[in-house]
Ligand binder design. Structure first.
Ligand code: 1CP
Length: 367
């Protein structure tokens, strides 16, 4: 099925907002909105392995739609159920998802002298074949959405994927990552470039399959110092924003809005606004009014940024957090330039009904 054969959108608010247009209310979605905090997620997933769910288009589309169904009328985008680590898998690395612990690479990239490193750099990756299941899931999800809301495709930023590939999983210390960039900067950059090329192809093929916006998650950007962010993250984010539109043209596809989320790199907001992304995601350490000032009159939309932890609080504290965002982003005066989200993914154990209250408060205070 071709992407243009889908039902027309009934709600295109997030697309208009992402292109910088004035809108009737700020669109809203939440990072990790499909997942562990939803009882229906556990029910649908059953005993299946996490990546098995990603690889089964029927299951992946069901999980993608769960928050759209539960929060119908409140939420303005779906994000495809998948993971950033499908790119290292496509490159030939083994990644397992360990229950309650997160991703684990049995065989991480420990040094540029390993054969694994030169093989990874040399090997041609047939992204279309390796990640065909993601594209099938996207096309099926678009069909099932029937134009209710747009579908977001995504990938990990090269820097964040690099961290996982060399650490072998989550980490607090970043010992292996820092060893790589400070001992082997050239080899690190060669690998980052290779990953960037695969990101462009994966995003383009997601758009071909039906994704209507894309987000690049740089979840570990904040582990870099400002000069190392300039060297090991920013050039690769720029590579993606320059080359995705080019690749879409080659495939005869229209451009889509591009969102970048450089978590923790608050010092880099000014320069990230010049990278060619339509939307920049902010974590909750940013002050909204300061961020609006930093963006200035550049055509960049901001996404964010309530502390996900506020959803563990009282309804009064949720109302307060929404008010602070609405005032901070100057919604009443500006009426453009803002997509509502949390400052990072929703966390486990949040009561989904408290998220509903958050959504309702945004509607109440912005319309
Ligand atoms: O609604 C959605 O957003 C679902 C799709 C989605 C997305 C966008 C998933 C499903 N993962 C992601 C992105 C992702 N994956 C990121 C970037 C966003 C972020 O910073 O949170 C990262 C860092 C990962 C890697 C990953 N996958 C982690 C983080 C581990 C760590 O190092 O802190 C974890 C726990 C996963 C597993 C995962 N991915 C997605 C879900 C629902 C789960 C939980 C699986 C389960 O336990 O059932």
């Amino acid at each position: 099925m071709m992407a243009d054969a889908f039902e027309p959108l009934k709600n295109d608010l997030i697309i208009r907002a992402a292109w910088g247009q004035k809108v009737e209310r700020p669109p809203m979605w939440v990072m990790r909105q499909a997942g562990r905090y939803l009882p229906e997620y556990h029910e649908a997933k059953g005993n299946r392995d996490f990546f098995e769910c990603c690889r089964d288009p029927e299951v992946a589309s069901t999980l993608t739609l769960q928050p759209i169904e539960r929060f119908a009328g409140l939420i303005d985008a779906a994000i495809i159920f998948s993971d950033i680590l499908v790119i290292p898998q496509a490159m030939g690395m083994v990644v397992e998802m360990v229950d309650k612990k997160g991703p684990h690479f049995p065989n991480p990239l420990r040094s540029p002298d390993d054969d694994q490193y030169s093989e990874l750099l040399k090997r041609h990756v047939d992204v279309a074949a390796e990640l065909d299941y993601v594209y099938k899931a996207i096309t099926l999800t678009r069909k099932k959405l029937q134009g209710k809301v747009p579908l977001i495709g995504f990938c990990g930023a090269p820097w964040t994927l690099f961290c996982y590939m060399v650490e072998g999983g989550g980490t607090k210390l970043f010992k292996e990552t820092k060893t790589w960039i400070y001992k082997y900067p050239d080899e690190s950059q060669d690998l980052l470039q290779k990953i960037s090329e695969l990101c462009v192809e994966h995003l383009a093929l997601q758009v071909k399959a039906g994704a209507q916006l894309v987000q690049i998650f740089d979840s570990w950007a904040g582990e870099l110092s400002p000069p190392s962010f300039k060297k090991f993250s920013e050039p690769y984010l720029a590579y993606i924003s320059e080359n995705l539109p080019r690749r879409l043209r080659e495939l005869d596809l229209e451009p889509v809005p591009m969102i970048v989320f450089p978590k923790g790199a608050w010092y880099a907001l000014d320069s990230v606004c010049n990278l060619g992304y339509n939307v920049v995601g902010l974590d909750w350490l940013h002050d909204p009014a300061e961020a609006v000032k930093t963006v200035g009159d550049r055509p960049v939309v901001i996404q964010g940024n309530a502390d996900p932890g506020v959803l563990y609080g009282s309804h009064e504290s949720i109302t307060q957090a929404v008010k602070e965002m609405v005032d901070g982003f100057g919604w009443a005066q500006r009426r453009h330039g803002w997509i509502v989200n949390l400052g990072h993914g929703i966390t486990p154990f949040v009561d989904p009904e408290d998220l509903r209250f958050f959504f309702q408060e945004v509607h109440r205070l912005t319309s």
